[in-house]
Design a protein. Structure first.
Length: 212
């Protein structure tokens, strides 16, 4: 049986988690409409319905808050992706699901997409941050799928695995960036089956009798 203070502590921790999430969401909305330099802590605080100083109880600075966004959203992406891949067998089936989910995630999170794809990814300073390293680790699932496919003998082994990863992510990131630049005027998921087919054709192992 928990002591009386235990319930209070749990309540306080839950409240802090909710407050942090509301700050992150407010920051996404503000940063997606303004660039990093012009967006202010005051605007974010106002959007979150809190005092300016409250933000500094959770984040050291505006930059710390800005670069915390991908970490929070990537954790969400990874946990949901694992759920979507559960029960799916075969590397190619997993690639199809990954393509669909990647595009679905950004379709339903366009504000975050603008921050990540149109601002952070083209920033030289972003590459030097710990967040960038975290994002690279976040795509480890792609590497796992490729490795699984190579072990199955269905994905080619004559090409560097990182090139294969770039092939998958490069196409998907380009699609998301173009969709955002076009102001989301069409369905990002419209061609996901064709994209999967083209990717799988490019990744497919070449039978020995077809080698020259």
């Amino acid at each position: 049986m928990l002591p009386i203070g235990g319930n209070n502590l749990t309540h306080i921790m839950s409240k802090k988690i909710i407050r942090r999430e509301s700050i992150i969401q407010a920051a996404i909305e503000v940063f997606s409409k303004k660039d990093f330099k012009t967006a202010s802590i005051s605007e974010i605080a106002q959007k979150a319905g809190i005092a300016d100083g409250t933000i500094y109880q959770y984040f050291k600075s505006k930059e710390d808050l800005f670069f915390s966004i991908p970490i929070e959203k990537t954790n969400e992406f990874r946990s949901q992706l694992e759920l979507h891949l559960e029960g799916i067998s075969g590397a190619f089936n997993k690639i199809r699901k990954f393509v669909w989910y990647f595009l679905y995630f950004f379709k339903t999170n366009p504000d975050y997409g603008r921050i990540l794809m149109l601002e952070m990814r083209v920033s030289k300073s972003f590459v030097k941050t710990e967040t960038y390293g975290f994002l690279k680790q976040s795509v480890s699932q792609v590497m796992n799928i490729i490795t699984e496919g190579q072990n199955e003998g269905v994905i080619r082994q004559d090409t560097d695995i990182y090139v294969l990863r770039h092939l998958i992510l490069g196409i998907l990131e380009h699609m998301v960036s173009r969709w955002l630049l076009k102001e989301e005027k069409y369905d990002l998921l419209e061609h996901h089956e064709e994209v999967s087919r083209i990717l799988i054709d490019g990744l497919r192992a070449i039978p020995p009798n077809h080698l020259t």
